[in-house]
Design a protein around this ligand. Structure first.
Ligand code: ATP
Ligand code: MG
Length: 564
């Protein structure tokens, strides 16, 4: 197994202290891209060989629980055999060929992981969707992706049937259910009889492997094309450096199966490293069951979203998890107040990472590196990250600009290839030789990156540029504030001013609101530059969020500006 050795030449020595030398880490991340690459064959099947040869610890490759006592554990060999059966179902019963697109809308059940691997083995293009999609969303996804097959469960099958006639490309439907349904192939039934003899197709490294929908935080979700090497190889940067995984690790990522984040942390990054993927069915986010799972299972690495950490710290006193040694967060900025409370309660730091559906990890705090609270860490070895002005010139340290990634003359392989069906949007992401992320930030003298805001979220007030996150973090430090969203609001003199929408902690809901508002405003004036304080404050019950839990500031902003 030469390829896995090339990819993992140091996995045995990948100990945290190796990562403290940032420069050597960058040198170390020089992968040669083979002409043909398939993650199932070149990574998963290689781990099977290692496992058989006794060269991998005995922990499973996949470990699933449903919280009600049911468990599934697969070795790499079992994962291989089951996914080959699934692959045969895709090519035979579903009549799919290499390049055909498959939409997979499943909750966190083991079949979701098998579907991932079966698509790799057949070279079909995997398109995940969250189970919270409505009938309208499903129609949009089926039509815009031209998917030939859909795989889902009982819950969403009626929604698919209701729109299927309008989707001319859709010719096969596969249900994961105990019961049969007319017009649908039944996966569980077929798995009982189908052969596990399947030869993985050959895929070129630059052929499309999957299409991920972005979270839709700032508008309609975009379809983002990734190749076999962009995620299959590129995510090794996440696995090795940010998640700090070795084969004996058990990695739990809580994100929904519908997002690229699941590909990041529940599929490719852990399996590249030969680690165990842990999954909990968890249909709803329940802080108590998350804390219990961390206590009861030998999870060593935990990945969750800032929203989840905010909820967890509210629910916990102090916790010592017996195996947990590394916690990471991504998807949104995490408030320093949250990291501090997590550290006080668990004794563990949160290593923030920054990336997009379009990319692998862009920046991260790596084990062994000094964490600067509030910073996203340093550029990942996969990318050359720069701060740019409007003309594409690189800005010096300390100056705020657009976060960009060098993409020309050589496009780095951790970057998406295109937005599907949208060449003009794809082209608009380039400025000079750089891919523009759409996020604003700055780099400090030590090379750490600091997130300021999504470009659209910047508030311009009396000539000042204000990023909402800094104000939200200052607000978080006030004991009454559970969560907040800061947006611009119209003002006849200043043009726009800072407005904070605040969700109060339960103990403060009955307080005198006018007094509380003044107290909070004074608090922000003291903790950050006074011009940033929210001149307008509104207490609300709940913030508008995306399905993945991100704050939708643009929704609040639109409401503000319509009311002039
Ligand atoms: P859409 O592109 O549809 O509006 P989205 O940008 O939220 O949605 P994702 O690709 O899931 O979709 O999220 C990537 C974005 O999330 C980044 O561009 C950035 O704005 C934000 N983000 C991710 N990690 C961090 C982080 N650590 N700190 C700050 N922002 C982050
Ligand atoms: Mg985006």
């Amino acid at each position: 197994p030469g390829s896995i050795r090339a990819l993992h030449k140091d996995y045995r020595t990948a100990t945290p202290q190796n990562f403290s030398n940032y420069e050597s880490m960058k040198q170390d991340f020089k992968l040669e891209i083979p002409e043909y690459f398939n993650f199932a064959k070149d990574v998963l099947d290689q781990w099977t060989s290692m496992e058989k040869a006794g060269k991998r610890p005995s922990n499973p490759a996949f470990w699933w629980i449903n919280g009600c006592g049911e468990e599934v554990r697969w070795s790499f060999e079992e994962l291989g055999s089951l996914s080959r059966k699934f692959a045969n179902i895709l090519t035979e019963a579903c009549a799919l060929q290499k390049g055909d697109r498959v939409i997979v809308i499943l909750p966190r059940i083991p079949e979701w992981w098998l579907a991932n691997v079966a698509c790799l083995r057949t070279g079909t293009v995997f398109i995940p969707g969250t189970t919270q999609l409505t009938q309208k969303d499903i129609l949009y996804r089926l039509q815009s992706s031209k998917a030939k097959c859909i795989i889902t469960s009982d819950v969403l099958a009626p929604a698919v049937d209701a729109v299927a006639a309008k989707c001319e490309n859709l010719h096969s439907k596969l249900i994961v259910s105990q019961n049969s349904r007319e017009g649908w192939e039944n996966l569980k039934e077929m798995m009982k009889h189908v052969s596990d003899n399947h030869t993985c197709v050959k895929t070129k490294h630059d052929e499309t492997m999957a299409i991920f929908f972005t979270s839709g935080t700032s508008g309609s979700p975009k379809m983002t094309g990734h190749t076999h090497s962009s995620f299959g190889l590129g995510l090794s940067v996440n696995g090795r450096f940010w998640l700090d995984l070795i084969p004996s690790d058990v990695m739990w990522n809580t994100s929904d199966t519908g997002w690229a984040k699941s590909a990041w942390s529940s599929v490719f990054s852990p399996w590249i490293q030969g680690a165990c993927v842990f999954a909990h069915y968890l249909p709803r986010f329940e802080p108590t069951s998350i804390l219990q799972t961390l206590s009861n299972f030998p999870i060593t690495v935990f990945c969750s979203a800032p929203t989840a950490y905010r909820m967890l710290i509210q629910d916990m006193t102090s916790c010592k998890f017996k195996s947990l040694k590394h916690c990471v967060s991504a998807g949104e900025p995490i408030n320093p107040e949250v990291t501090e409370q997590w550290r006080n309660k668990t004794g563990l730091d949160i290593y923030e990472g920054y990336g997009q559906t379009e990319t692998v990890l862009i920046c991260g705090n790596f084990k062994g590196m000094k964490i600067k609270p509030g910073s996203m860490g340093k550029p990942s070895p996969a990318f050359d990250v720069k701060i740019l002005d409007v003309n594409g010139n690189v800005l010096p340290p300390g100056q705020e600009g657009d976060i960009g990634i060098q993409a020309l003359p050589n496009r780095p392989f951790g970057l998406f290839t295109h937005y599907v069906n949208d060449p003009s949007k794809t082209a608009s992401t380039l400025r000079g030789n750089f891919y523009i992320t759409g996020d604003r930030g700055y780099m400090d003298e030590d090379g750490y990156l600091w997130f300021v805001a999504r470009s659209d979220d910047i508030i311009l007030s009396s000539g000042y540029r204000i990023g909402p996150f800094e104000v939200e973090s200052a607000l978080m430090e006030h004991p009454s504030v559970a969560e907040s969203a800061v947006v611009s609001s119209p003002d006849p003199i200043r043009g726009e001013v800072v407005k904070a929408f605040i969700v109060l902690n339960p103990d403060y809901k009955s307080h005198d609101q006018e007094r509380l508002k003044k107290e909070i405003q004074e608090h922000v004036k003291k903790t950050t530059a006074p011009y940033k304080y929210p001149r307008k404050v509104e207490f609300i019950q709940e913030l508008p969020k995306t399905i993945s839990g991100k704050i939708k500031r643009n929704e609040l902003r639109k409401k503000e500006w319509k009311t002039i």
